[in-house]
Unconditional design. Structure first.
Length: 239
């Protein structure tokens, strides 16, 4: 049986509305699903249903109000209860993240930005740069731009640098937050191919794709996040 890399069980998310008297808003309840090695699971549902909140809880940017988020990839850790040191270790060793937005140190060349995740994991600089160059070429970033900081690039070029950086590491779990947003058709196809490569390598992927065509091409399963909504307004309680 294929290994379960991520097991989400009974997860709840609350937000405290500090400008409304400390009212606690329950936005997700009993979120339960698994992601196995070699499959791409997509979070579906209307805007505001909680897809991004689930992704952020898995990555450790949001705290879960209850339940467990177990990452089992070499080291087993419950991300819902892990401390900051454990979350950072999981990100370094087992969990990648591709967002819509590039966040990197200013003035660092694009080639170094993409190669950095490999260098941090001990890959020799030359090998890391070769692999970064391969991805940048695949994503149609001209070689003349590789020595320039991505902050000087267009929005679409920055997004492609971000995709290259996210896909370069060989980690057991990859989180994808709208990686094809604003891309042209050719580069959307490249991302679809990159996802297929990761699937073939046994990587577990959890993603959000608002582009219905891309979603149909990459998803092994679609989880309807709306089924994890609170049952009634009465479940919004005062803190």
């Amino acid at each position: 049986m294929t290994q379960t890399i991520l097991a989400v069980r009974g997860v709840q998310k609350d937000f405290t509305m500090h400008l409304q008297g400390g009212t606690r808003l329950n936005v997700l309840r009993d979120v339960t699903f698994e992601v196995r090695a070699g499959e791409c699971v997509v979070l579906g549902g209307a805007s505001g249903a909680g897809k991004s909140s689930i992704l952020k809880m898995v990555y450790g940017n949001y705290a879960a109000a209850g339940g467990s988020i177990v990452l089992d990839a070499g080291v087993r850790v419950d991300l819902a209860s892990a401390d900051a040191r454990q979350v950072l270790a999981a990100r370094r060793d087992a969990m990648g993240y591709v967002s819509q937005f590039l966040r990197c140190v200013p003035r660092v060349p694009a080639l170094h930005v993409v190669a950095e995740p490999l260098v941090e994991r001990g890959v020799p600089m030359g090998e890391a740069h070769d692999r970064a160059a391969e991805l940048l070429t695949r994503l149609s970033i001209p070689k003349r731009l590789w020595s320039l900081p991505p902050a000087t690039f267009s929005g679409g070029e920055q997004q492609r640098v971000n995709i290259a950086r996210g896909f370069i590491a060989e980690l057991p779990l990859l989180l994808l937050d709208e990686p094809t947003a604003s891309l042209d058709a050719r580069n959307r196809d490249v991302v679809v191919d990159l996802i297929a490569d990761k699937r073939a390598a046994g990587v577990a992927m959890l993603g959000i794709f608002h582009d219905a065509e891309v979603r149909e091409r990459v998803a092994d399963r679609v989880i309807d996040v709306e089924r994890f909504a609170p049952l009634s307004p009465a479940e919004t309680v005062a803190a």
